[in-house]
Design a protein around this ligand. Structure first.
Ligand code: PMP
Ligand code: GLN
Length: 389
């Protein structure tokens, strides 16, 4: 029987491949974005408590009310957004499911979706599985600034959705209020929705503010915003996220969600709600926590021939290797492979986030790691690429 692949050009993601190879080779893994430090033990206790209490059957399809309420309270405090959690918040299997379900719900055959490259790798396949097509607009390093005239020019009768990501993985930028104003202006009077990937909402540096579509009066009525407890609680394996959207968009999203994952692990939802209630500084502690790691890694690499690009947010920083003798002639996949096999450090080649990768030598490093991991990873990189000349 001939199999017709729906995604013939898609392989296993670069994150999975790099983590697997790093484990096989015993390399320091600065590739995939996940913490390697231990979880706050209290969260584990609360998961066990929830299970002992018998919270082990199907949760309500939109989410456990205790967790929905807890999210709504935080949205109110953070974004001034007064939503009815029963109608506007849906707990999902990580942000990945929120993105996927939103895309399946909102676009279909013949529709166009604007995405900005470099783009997180799940957007394009999800759009194609919905029968729609991505129009990729490239952001230019080192600033990766948005060109709103270019966006306006890319809109057609078929444009149905625009996907944004702030703080941005992998560009490590954050959108300004002026960017959101410009986006709102571009979309004014048009029947176009926004899917806003805000999984790093709390991971912004140097006193910056995260600007959410939820706090923008010109955008929130046409937007689905997506979040991840995996990022905020340092536990990417929890696989609990959520989508926030006006009731009419939420209704559509839930039609997909209920046949995609149906409901999300009940004991985890109880445990997360209780953990957040017990630890009110959970989210406010995140900027300083990650900024110190960013500064440590950037500082350790400062004397090397790798050029560290500024990181305004996310778990990552980018390095330009064009002045590193052993790497300069290689494309970024070749450079990442050589660093993995010969320096013993896993990184992510930024070309993986492009439809048409530009000729640029950028690698992404994750600093959501223990201090020892960052020190050892940086020492290995420095030994391999040599000092700044
Ligand atoms: N969007 C971005 C930009 C991400 O970096 C990630 C994961 N690192 C996700 C979505 C997916 O989040 P989750 O792990 O909650 O599915
Ligand atoms: N979002 C993570 C990263 O960018 C990876 C998640 C995944 O492997 N799907 O590293």
């Amino acid at each position: 029987m001939a199999l017709r692949s729906k995604l013939p050009d898609v392989g296993t993601t670069i994150f999975t491949v790099m983590s697997r190879r790093a484990a096989e080779l015993g390399a320091i893994n600065l590739g995939q974005g996940f913490p390697d430090y231990p979880l706050d033990a209290r969260l584990g206790e609360l998961v066990a408590d929830a299970m002992r209490e018998g919270h082990v059957q199907y949760a309500p399809m939109p989410g456990v009310p205790l967790l929905l309420e807890s999210i709504a309270k935080r949205l109110e405090a953070r974004y001034g957004l007064g939503v009815d959690p029963a109608q506007s918040i849906t707990v999902t299997l990580g942000a990945t499911e929120a993105l996927f379900s939103a895309i399946q719900a909102l676009v279909g055959a013949g529709d166009e979706v604007i995405v900005f490259d470099p783009a997180y790798d799940s957007y394009d396949p999800a759009v194609r599985l919905a029968g729609a097509r991505c129009v990729h607009l490239a952001l230019q390093p080192p600033s990766f600034a948005y060109d709103w005239d270019q966006v306006r020019a890319a809109l057609t009768e078929r444009t149905r959705l625009i996907i944004i990501n702030t703080p941005h993985n992998p560009a490590c930028t954050v959108m300004s209020r002026a960017d959101l104003d410009a986006l709102a202006q571009v979309l004014e009077g048009r029947d176009i929705l926004v899917l806003s990937d805000e999984v790093y909402e709390h991971v912004v540096f140097d006193g910056r503010e995260h600007h959410s579509v939820l706090s923008h009066p010109g955008l929130r009525d046409r937007s689905v915003a997506v979040y991840s407890f995996g990022k905020a609680l340092h536990a990417t394996g929890l696989r609990v996220g959520y989508a926030v959207a006006p009731p009419e968009l939420t209704r559509e999203l839930r039609k997909v969600h209920q046949f995609n994952t149906f409901t999300i692990a009940t004991p985890l939802q109880y445990a997360i709600a209780r953990f957040v209630a017990e630890r009110p500084d959970t989210f406010s502690a995140l900027p300083a926590f990650f900024q110190s790691r960013r500064d440590l890694l950037a500082g350790l690499l400062a004397g090397s021939s790798l050029r560290v690009l500024p990181s305004a947010g996310s778990f990552f920083l980018l390095v330009d290797y064009s002045a590193c003798a052993p790497l300069a002639q290689l494309d970024d996949v070749g450079a990442a492979n050589l660093l993995l096999t010969d320096a013993g450090v896993a990184t992510i080649p930024v070309s993986a986030f492009y439809q048409q990768p530009p000729a640029q030598g950028l690698l992404r490093l994750c600093f959501a790691k223990r201090e020892e991991t960052l020190r050892e990873g940086a020492a290995r990189l420095l030994a391999f690429v040599g000092p700044h000349s």
